[in-house]
Design a protein around this ligand. Sequence first.
Ligand SMILES: [Mg+2]
Length: 181
Amino acid sequence: MNQKFWEEYQKSALSTAVYNKIIPAGTLNIYYPTAGLVGEIGELIEVIQLKRSEEIIIGEFGDILWYIADIYTVLNEPMSSEPFSRWVTAGAVSGTLLDLCKNSGLLMNQIKKIARDDKFEINDTKRDFILDKLKEISYNLWCVAASLNISCSMEDIARKNTEKLNERMLEGKLHGSDGSR
Ligand SMILES: [Mg+2]
């Protein structure tokens, strides 16, 4: 799987980020994208439950990838392609979504503790935990896509996400209620 592709995607995600110009660096800059990630997982589950079109579901996958990319950026780490090179297991959608929810909840919990106990200072142990969870969440996401028989690859989903955000940026709409980043 293409590591360079994901690093390029990460750069393009950063270029469409707005929140990091509003929130001071070193305070909420890990909290915001993690909360965004958990929020987008909620949106993904909602559109799956509502049996919305594949295009809409793919859009939510892209939104999640965007926040994953941003958390890697906050940690000054390249977005890892490794989860997308694992053997993917397509199973019951509900089971794969449970894994996705579990890992995102555990990640959010860790960030909450970093905010409460460590004043946003991330030590090596917690950093490793976050990076591990980002990989698990990426893999879970791919398993959900496989379980839903989504007709395009994770790279295609990332490409569509970049196209959507670049269009919004050109239209000056990154701040909209539907597109705040
Ligand atoms: Mg969304």
